[in-house]
Design a protein around this ligand. Structure first.
Ligand code: S3P
Length: 453
């Protein structure tokens, strides 16, 4: 299936009533789907490229589907073929005003990056989203984009729906010198996309590293982007340009999706799995280093320039202390790391988790509530979570996913080892990032059932 909404919807009914129960012997090889961050950027960059972009192995999920629909509304000519997507780009700043508001579903990445892109055009666009996306903070992108000359209309709380009129409609976008105080790749990327239409050079100063795919992909398509490292700061300099050269791309598997399967194998008995075709990016593979420190039997084997396979075996985990200096590298992995910590020996402490409150749900509270309900001792102090690991996880509870795919996936995994199954309300949210999540685990040997009612 390639970005086929009707097929996605077909699976949802069953998915919402599926749960896992105690499992062991997870074995076999599995390929995780394409990286979500790179898939979204490939579409958006395809839209503003000059020429044809061919994308292979794109993540076939709802978030990506919404971004795909959005770039079509903004003027891209898209051809969906069996295993690939072709985009005929329209160049920088030439976006079309869509006929109607654009629905972005659950996708924070798609929305924030496109707000930046529209800011540098002369289009007039309204974005709206599902309940979760409508609750996420947009002030962090609105403020710099307004400074660059975009006109933005939204409610006082600066959340979706947002109507944006690109700065080109009244002249040209102003370059910006921006201090990225919240370590966010989405905010950085929104500013980079807007800066492409700027007259002159914009700069973004980062104090904590965040994923760098926007700058790397644009650079390899001929855009003048420079990165300067000064002590503990990294400054990205972006020159305004009219040309992004089209370049085809094959998307490697998502390390964040792989992390769910890895923890499943680690905490279940007699398991040994191989996760293949994963993006080899040190920054995104940090989660595996943390799991190794906890005692997980993990082997990462580089298979080519940008890919690796990861072999994971059942392991006895010990506790971990994580200070906040790695928090931007682990930001999507804290939920599944909390599951690993719940199954480890001793008390694990994770600091600097404040940003988790602004994800698809308030993940900070969701981790604590979910673990509490599952019978795990957990407490929080300010932005820190402390988890007491245990060999026996009670389970036997219902956890509301609250439109958050990672919360749904991580408690489904805890159900593989809990005494009683953990039921998740709202599994369908997993469609946003990993539609094959259940199939992947079932094919590795996890026990699943479907309940009635
Ligand atoms: C992403 C950046 C991160 C991450 C999200 C994807 C991206 O968000 O949590 O899942 O693709 O740029 P923030 O930039 O808000 O930290």
């Amino acid at each position: 299936m390639y970005i086929n909404k009707s097929k996605i919807i077909l699976n949802i009914k069953k998915l919402d009533k599926t749960y896992f129960s105690k499992s062991k012997n997870l074995t076999g090889s599995i390929i995780v789907p394409g990286d979500k961050s790179i898939s979204q950027r490939a579409l958006i960059i395809g839209l503003i490229s000059t020429g044809k972009t061919v994308i292979e192995d794109i993540l076939d999920s709802e978030d990506v589907y919404h971004t795909l629909k959005a770039i079509e509304s903004l003027g891209a000519l898209v051809n969906k073929k069996k295993d690939l997507i072709e985009i005929n780009g329209i160049g920088v700043g030439n976006l079309k005003t869509p006929e109607k508001p654009i629905y972005m579903g659950n996708s924070g990445t798609g929305t924030r990056l496109l707000l930046g892109l529209v800011a540098g055009s002369n289009a007039l666009v309204t974005f709206y989203g599902d309940q979760s996306l409508s609750n996420r903070p947009m002030e962090r992108v609105i403020s710099p984009l307004e400074d660059m000359g975009a006109t933005i209309i939204c409610s006082k709380d600066k959340k979706l729906p947002i109507t944006i009129k690109g700065a080109r409609a009244k002249g040209f976008i102003m370059p910006i010198n921006f201090n990225l105080l919240i370590p966010s790749a989405q905010v950085k990327s929104a500013i980079i996309f807007a800066a492409l239409s700027g007259r002159g050079t914009s700069s973004i100063t980062e104090y904590k590293k965040t994923r760098n795919y926007t700058e790397a992909m644009l650079k390899s398509r001929g855009v003048a982007i420079k990165i300067k490292k000064i002590k503990n700061k990294s400054i990205t300099l972006i020159d305004g340009t009219s040309l992004v050269k089209a370049k085809s791309i094959k998307i490697p598997g998502d390390p964040s999706s792989a992390a769910f399967l890895a923890v499943a194998a680690i905490i279940t008995k007699n398991s040994s799995i191989c996760i293949e075709n994963i993006l080899h990016d040190k920054f995104r593979l940090n989660i595996f280093s943390v799991l190794k420190k906890m005692g997980a039997k993990i082997k990462i084997i580089k298979t080519n320039e940008d890919k690796c396979k990861i072999i994971v075996k059942s392991s006895n985990l010990k506790n971990i202390y994580l200070s906040d200096n790695k928090s931007s590298a682990l930001i999507d992995e804290y939920p599944i790391l909390s599951i690993a910590a719940a199954c480890a020996r001793g008390y694990s402490k994770m600091e600097g988790l404040g940003e988790l409150r602004f994800k698809e749900s308030n993940r900070f509270d969701a981790i604590i509530d979910g673990l509490n309900k599952s019978g795990v001792e957990v407490k929080s102090v300010k932005d820190k979570i402390i988890i007491k690991g245990s060999k026996k996880i009670k389970g036997g509870c219902i956890i509301d996913a609250n439109n958050d795919h990672r919360i749904a996936m991580c408690f489904n995994i805890l159900s593989l080892v809990s005494e009683e199954p953990i039921l998740i309300k709202g599994n369908k949210t997993i469609m946003t990032s990993y539609p094959n999540f259940f199939n992947s685990l079932i094919s590795l040997g996890a026990n699943s059932s479907v309940y009635d009612g």
